[in-house]
Ligand binder design. Sequence first.
Ligand SMILES: [Zn+2]
Length: 322
Amino acid sequence: MTQFLLRECPACGSSDARREVRAGKTAETMTPDALRPFWAGLFKQKCFFSYHRCRGCGLLYNPVFFTPDQLAELYARMAPNMEAVGDEAIVATQRGYFARAAAQGFPGGGYLEIGPDVGHIVSEASLHGGFDRFWLFEPNLAIHDRLRDAAGRGAARLSTGMDDLSPVPDGTVGLAVMVHVLDHLLDPLTMLTQIRAKLRPGGMLMIVTHDESSLLRRVMGTRWPPFCLQHPELYNPATMRALLGRAGFDDVVVEGSRNVFPLDFLARQAAWAAGIRVRRVPLPPVPVGLKLGNILTLATAPVQAARSEATLPRQEEVARVA
Ligand SMILES: [Zn+2]
């Protein structure tokens, strides 16, 4: 009897899937207690739940994964994101994301972000976006003050929950953002459907995720870092488009996203990957931009409400037939 959650495909509901990626140490054969040190990254050995490819919609996901309670406990102990990379590089990367969304244009109104962390994109949006409200769903209470500052004190509405967007009035948000959040969710379709309802007609959702069809994934095989205990599913441009279609989005653009890394960080990573022991390579920490197997997705809420009502049931039927 497993202590874990048994899942159907979180995009289409099919349970017909074929195993594609198996870790040297398969998480589903272990106990939740034994997995705790692997979650915290204390061992070098790769350990994750096996990834299966859905035969219905092509999504790569874990049919066995942690339960919501197990996840809540694990996340409560987790260290902040991307600690190894300098703050400057993160700021530059996230500024780039906002600039990309702004280039596409959005219809004003509110700003909504799930998991904004310390709020690098919130700051940009506050300076350049012309938003009237900031709805920020961030579980880490310790950074709420910093987030309020980033948004401009009067405009921020913060919540520690990540699942329930009901405080946000429907049809009011111009830009919704999720950076490295969607592939952590047990039920991404419900989240996307909720977000779509919060968007104004023509409002935009920006998502950044890993790309499991990237060259980097093919080259690295099971050593590809996004194969880990934190990702119950992983996307590629086709599965991302399909999922957003199911959630009622109209117009979806998926493209490679640019990550900025300081040069010395990259040199140390390269040396580490090659097995060379270097103390610190004396290179100037000039940020460089690389497309490293991440995708940025821009999805637009339908402009005509009537059209979206007509689209939804039809897509449900397609899912059942498939
Ligand atoms: Zn599926």
